[in-house]
Structure formats: C-alpha cells, structure tokens
Design a protein around this ligand. Structure first.
Ligand code: ADP
Ligand code: MG
Length: 782
C-alpha cells in the first residue's frame, strides 16, 4: 500500500511534465482529464477540482490551474508569503510557489514555452531579477478605451479590435501606405494607417487582434488612425487581460518579441515567486517606501495611478541608493589618511604675485576649499568643475605649487598627448619662475627619454610631472607623490583613478563638463565638489548663430572675412567612421569642398584616425598660424588652446549633444578678439531646433546642461547615458534632487553602521548591489 506522500509524488510527476511541455496537454496520453478521473487523483479531490475541465481550457488558463494544483501537491505546506497588495481580479495571479526570488535565480527556472527563453536572453536578460527590473519604458492608460465616435480630431488614442480587411497602396514612388480596417468589440470601425512600414503587413492577418495607439484624424463620421504603436495579441486568456482594460506598461523590445509576451513573462515571474525585499522594513518605513513586491507589481501592472506612483518612487529611490552605495564603497579609500600639507596663505600669495592677473572670486574660493583639504590629514578627493576658460588650470597650478612647497611631488594627468603638452607649457609658465622643476612624460617619448624621466622622478629630482595615462601605466615610481591632478575625469575610468590613488596622494579632478549640481552629486558621489562659476573679467561671450544648411555659404563667407582680418577658424564635423552610415559630411570631403569654395584660405585636416604625433604636429602648425582653417572631427573637443582662432563652424550641429556643442564652442573666444560660432543644422525636428536655440541663447554651461536635461522627456535616458550613469533607468536627475538626497543619506547611514555590508541582515542588499553592478558592466560592454 503506497503512502500518501508517495501517491502525491506520483501524481505530481505527470503534472510537472505537462508544465515542462508548455501546457499543451500532451504529457499524458488521452489528456490530463483522463489521469484525473483515474485512481491516482482519488486521494486529492481538491486537485481534481482545480483541474476540472483542463482539456478544454486555453493555455494560460491551464497554466494557472496547473500551478495551483502543483502548489497543493508540495511536500511541505508553502511558506508564508507576502500577499501582494494588488487586487486578485486585477492580474490573474497564480499561486506563488513560495520560493524567494534571489538575484541569481535563472530565467530557465520557469518554462517560457517555445522559443520564449531565447527571446528574453535576446533582450539582454539573464535572470528572473533582470526580467522584473526591466521596467516598462512608459505606461498607457487603457482602462477605458474610448468609443471611436467620441475621439476628437487630432487626439491621441488607443483602440483595440480585430482586423477585418487590409489594403496596400503606393500613392507616389517611395511611399507605401498600409490601411487596415479594425473593428472594435462594440462593432465600431476605424481605418488604421501605417506609412512606409511594409514589414508590418505580415502581422495584419484578417481576424488578428490588435491594440493600436496613434493620432486620430476625423473625416465627418469616419475616423482614421495614424498608427504610432501596435501590439498584436496572441489570443484570449491572460495575455489580453494584461494588455487591455488597465494601465499598461510598454516595454523596450525588438522584432519578434511582443509586448504581450513580455507582460506575460513579467506576470509569471511575479506570481511564482516571493519577491522578498533587500531593504529591511525599518528603513523602508523610515524613508516612506513601499515594499518590493508592491513596487514591482506596480511598475509592471499598476492598478491605478497611485500604485504606479509609489512603485516608481520606490524603484527610483533604489536606483539612487545602489548608485550611492557603489560610489561610497568605491570611494572607501577616500576617507583614509592622505597627505598633510601646510598650504599657507603666504604660499598662495607668492603664487598669485607671479601671475599676470588676479584670481577671480570664484577661483579664490575654490582655492581655499582645496587648501583646507590639503591641510587636513584626510585624503583629498575633490572635483573642480568650471566652464572652459574659467581658470581651473591656474587653480590646479597653485595647488601643485603648495604641494611642492612642502617637499612633495605633483602629477598632472591629461586625457590626450596634445593636452598634456599644452599643460606642460602652461605649468612651465606658472611654476618654473618659482623654482619648480617641471617634466613631461608621454607615450610619444623615445624609450631612452622615458627611462631618463622615470629615473628623475624616482630620484625626486623633478617636482611636477605632466603626462597622459603613461603616468599610471608605465610603472612610474615616485619619490614622494603628494598631489595628483586629473584633467577631464570622464575620460578616465574609476579603476584608473584608484590606481593612481595607490600611493595615496591627495587627488584633485578638473572637469569642464557642465553637470547640474543634482547630477554631479550622484555622478561623482565619492568626490567633494568645488565649482568655479565665474569667468575671468574681460571675456566677451562667443556670438552664436544657428543656420539652416541651405544657407551654409553665408557661414563660410563670414569665415573668410575673419581670415582676411588675420584670424583663424575651426570647422568641426562628426566622426569619420560614422559619417558613412549616418550620412554625415566626411571631414575630408568637407575640407576638399572648402578648398574649392575658399581658394584664398589655407586649409588643413585633423581627424581621429591620425597617429597622435601627426595630430600634435598639425595642432602645432595651426597654433603657429601656418594655416587658416582647421577642418576637424570632434577630436579637438577638449582643451586645445588657439587664441587667434575667432570663429568656429559646426556642421551637422543637430547631431551633437548640447553639452558637446558647448564644449566645442569653448575652443574659440580664448583670446581678446570677439569670437563667433555658427551652428549649421541639416534636417531637424522642432524639438531639435528648440535644443539648438538654447546654445544660441546662452554661454553658461550649467544653464545649458539644465535646460538640455529638462527638454528631454522623462524616460528618455539618452542624457543620463551620455553622462556615464548607466545605472539609472527611471531616474531623472533634474527633478529627483530630493530623492537623491534621501537615498544618499540612507546609503551613508547604512555604511556608517556596516562599512562593507557584512551583516547577514544585509546579505540581500549586498547581492542586489552585486547584481546591479554586473548589469551596469554588461550594459557598458554592449
Ligand atoms: P581652464 O583650465 O578652466 O580652461 P585656464 O586656467 O586654462 O582655464 O584659464 C584660461 C585662460 O584664462 C588662460 O589663458 C589663463 O591664463 C587665463 N586666466 C585664468 N585665470 C584668470 C584670471 N583670474 N584673470 C584673467 N585671466 C585668467
Ligand atoms: Mg583646462
């Protein structure tokens, strides 16, 4: 006589097989119904009840029933699970298996049906956690789809229905229009139209069920919908109830992966597992955050706006929390002991006395912040941010002087050789008269020169060394490195910075990238921030004009008048590698064209594919005034100083980010002459025009960066990605200041009590942090 557990096992096995085979009722010959009538199911009347009529159910219904039945056949009663706050009828939830979802729980733990797993991994998702943290890009309110008769002309609307007919037409060559008539559940008809998207056609079988979003055009009583978003529903059951009649999330996807499928996938994962929560309850309470299950449910399947809002708030908070944790943990060294300098006011005065100018108020303030750090025994980790030409380099030179006065060595690291050479010349000018010995170490030196320089550094016979990555790559051993200045931080990885930190000098980072304060706090969570928000007196702002490319000749006519006055010009175009695919004007082509248009001018070319030495040589010749126009790709973006250049033309300006345009423009207006920048824009939208107008109207990098961020709608993550913060999917740096600060406080609080997150209670937090870091690394690679 078999025992009850044995019987349970026996019944469970075919049911599990049925799940594995995708609920197609093929696991048991004759169908599952037959099995249930048999003696095996006899002792389990509840299971029989749940699976009643199985053979006639749709696949999603079968899935739901089977999961419930399997839940009943567990060895031990399921562990208590947190019941999601969502109403039962809201989402057809299946009985959770009671297992807590771990960051590493593989997608393959659930059965995704034919090809399903591949679809998910194809979207870069590896684990169930990844799937659930793959939030919808936007949400659509489909609670009550409007009656077509009620939709106003020009309004955006979502309708759902079945295709009753379709036609294709081509009113003129190169234009393809696809029309389909959609009939809604209430029998209304609307004509849906796709322009130039022939690939859509294969999805438009007659009888296919669609959800369409687009703009409505009325013609008397009939209506036409210009389709912007289309969803194909696989059939009845769970799918369509996740996609209609509610607030629906719309995911980033790709060809062959339907919205319906992604919703079902998220819903399945949510219903099978207990979400747990990596954030202990008392901190959630303290920060007024909902629990993770409610948040994930709410971001994927909100039952109302309030639910979505609290989900968004929690998940957004988490993004910043983990970002801050990561920063603080990485910056761990930064709170360690560093150098202690005397950094006297007297030394600063001596430095300033040797300058041909007086420091601005902003420079003076920042210099005092730096000197305070240098005097403290804590290791300095400070970011000096200031617009191009605001005088950061002069400030850095003074800090280096303070270090040298105390008998330490200083390093100044630049992202390119051109810049390193330029800094070297500047440092010579600032420091050599004060008796400071300045050296240069770059990759272009001969092996013999390098060896000599390294020996000199090691022997302490040189005080300040200017260089590129070579300074950290080539095993430089310092006699006594006290201060390291890093120019244009964003070109260096955090790892590189830490490498440089190994000898634990004080560290000063300079950046001209105008980052709004709210963003800087997060992007550089491990650095204290000093801002030089004032330009030296006497600078006239660069006069900027936006031109349509059809008026390009005007721009070059103006360039010619400047050249006749003895000035020089930069002409910038996009990267050569991309020019082919993006149909941008290649720099070479442009240079050739200009030689024809402006036969009087001497023109030369600089691009990223040239060897460093070649670039340097061209820059030197341009600086020496040996030719008039430098046509270049964006390699000149950072730092190059040619005071005589008074005009810059930027071709295809619409292709550049505002901050990049601003950086580029900073290359002119560095001398005393009035300077100009002409933005030549090709085909572009109203929105782009609005963005470019910002550059035309302002020369303040911070104002530009804020405006740029504000112009991007929420969910447009291009901006944050550009700023090198791939951690943020929901975060909107401009509006999130309060959340950022709260998350930062909590991160600090957590680490103050447990600096390496080793308490068992925080193991979930640690694992989630790891998972997020891995994802960031992964996304940086792709
Ligand atoms: P940044 O590094 O921020 O681009 P620099 O330190 O290179 O700025 O300064 C840009 C130019 O302005 C340099 O030619 C420098 O000599 C000059 N400069 C710096 N500070 C002042 C100041 N307080 N008054 C006048 N000119 C200054
Ligand atoms: Mg500079």
């Amino acid at each position: 006589m078999p025992t009850l557990p044995e019987l349970r096992d026996k019944l469970r096995r075919p049911l599990e097989l049925e799940r594995l085979r995708g609920f197609e009722n093929r696991a048991v010959s004759g169908g599952l119904g037959k099995l249930l009538e048999g003696p095996l199911a006899g002792p389990f009347p509840q299971v029989r009840e749940v699976l009643r009529g199985y053979d006639d159910l749709s696949i999603p219904e079968r899935e739901q029933a089977l999961e419930e039945a399997l839940g009943m056949l567990q060895d031990s009663p399921p562990r208590a699970v947190s019941v999601p706050r969502v109403a039962r009828q809201d989402v057809p939830t299946l009985a959770p298996s009671g297992e807590t979802l771990l960051p590493g729980t593989a997608l393959a733990r659930l059965d995704w049906g034919h090809g399903g797993l591949k679809k998910l991994t194809g979207l870069g998702l590896q684990t169930l956690r990844d799937l659930l943290h793959n939030y919808p890009r936007r949400h659509e309110d489909r609670r009550a789809l409007p009656s077509i008769a009620e939709i106003e002309d020009g309004a955006r609307a979502t309708v759902s229905g079945v295709i009753v007919s379709k036609t294709r037409r081509s009113p003129r060559p190169g234009m393809q229009i696809l029309d389909a008539v959609l009939q809604t559940a209430s029998g209304e008809r609307v004509k849906a139209t796709w322009f130039n998207q022939p690939w859509v056609e294969k999805n438009l079988r007659e009888g296919a069920k669609l959800i369409l979003t687009g703009r409505v055009k009325r013609f008397g009583r009939s209506a036409q919908l210009g389709v912007e978003h289309m969803e194909l529903l696989d059939g009845g059951g769970a799918g369509s109830s996740l996609s209609t009649g509610r607030i629906v999330g719309v995911y980033d996807s790709k060809e062959g992966v339907s919205q319906d499928f992604l919703r079902k996938a998220a819903q399945t994962a949510l219903s099978r597992f207990d979400m747990g929560d990596y954030l202990p309850a008392h901190w959630r309470k303290q920060c007024d955050l909902t629990d993770l299950a409610d948040a994930l449910q709410g971001i994927h399947f909100p039952h109302d706006e309030a639910h979505l809002a609290r989900a968004d708030h929690r998940l957004r908070f988490d993004e910043y929390l983990f970002l801050e944790l990561r920063m603080l943990l990485q910056g761990e060294d930064a709170v360690l002991l560093g150098k202690r300098f005397t950094a006297t006011d007297r030394d600063m005065q001596d430095f300033e006395a040797g300058l041909p100018f007086r420091f601005t108020g902003a420079q003076r303030r920042v210099l005092h912040e730096i000197a305070d750090d240098m005097r403290s025994e804590r290791q300095m980790a400070r970011l000096v941010q200031g617009d191009v030409g605001s005088g950061k380099t002069a400030v850095a030179a003074c800090a280096l002087y303070l270090a040298v006065r105390d008998g330490y060595q200083g390093a100044l690291m630049a992202p390119t050789e051109i810049l390193a050479r330029q800094h070297y010349v500047n440092m010579q000018n600032y420091l050599a008269p004060l008796g400071v010995r300045v050296g240069l170490l770059i990759g272009a030196l001969t092996p013999k020169q390098k060896a000599e320089m390294q020996a000199t550094i090691a022997a302490g016979l040189i005080d300040v060394v200017v260089g590129t990555q070579a300074l950290i790559q080539e095993n430089v051993s310092w006699a006594n490195l006290g201060l390291a200045v890093v120019d244009e931080e964003h070109r260096f990885g955090v790892a590189q910075r830490r490498k440089l930190l190994a000898g634990r000098p004080d560290v000063l980072v300079m950046s001209a990238t105008p980052i709004p304060r709210s963003l800087a706090l997060t992007a550089y969570g491990d650095l204290e921030l000093s801002i030089i928000d004032e330009l030296p007196p006497g600078r006239t702002p660069v006069d900027t004009k936006l031109l349509q490319d059809t008026h390009r000749t005007q721009a070059y006519g103006f360039v010619m008048t400047q050249i006749r006055e003895g000035r020089q010009a930069f002409v910038v175009t996009a990267l050569i590698e991309e020019s082919e695919t993006l149909e941008l004007l290649a720099a070479t082509q442009l240079a050739d064209d200009l030689r024809v248009i402006l036969p009087e001018a001497r023109i030369d070319l600089l691009h990223g594919k040239m060897a460093a030495a070649e670039k340097d040589a061209i820059m030197e010749r341009f600086r020496a005034g040996e030719f008039d126009i430098l046509v270049s790709t964006t390699v000149i973006e950072v730092g190059v100083d040619v005071p005589n250049a008074s005009v810059m033309v930027i071709e295809n300006a619409e292709r550049f980010g505002l901050s990049q345009l601003h950086q580029l423009r900073g290359r002119v207006g560095r001398g005393s002459a009035k300077s100009y920048c002409v933005l030549v824009a090709g085909e572009h939208s109203q929105k782009t025009r609005k963005r470019l107008k910002i550059i035309e109207g302002s020369t303040d990098g911070f104002v530009i960066a804020e405006a740029d961020l504000k112009l991007r709608g929420p969910g447009e993550l291009r901006g944050t990605r550009q700023s090198g913060i791939p951690d943020l999917k929901l975060g909107d740096l401009v509006s999130d200041v309060a959340i950022i600060e709260a998350a930062r406080d909590l991160a600090k609080h957590i680490l103050a009590h447990d600096p390496v997150l080793k308490h068992p209670r925080l193991s979930g937090l640690r694992e989630e942090l790891q998972a997020r870091s891995n994802q960031v690394a992964y996304r940086e690679v792709i």
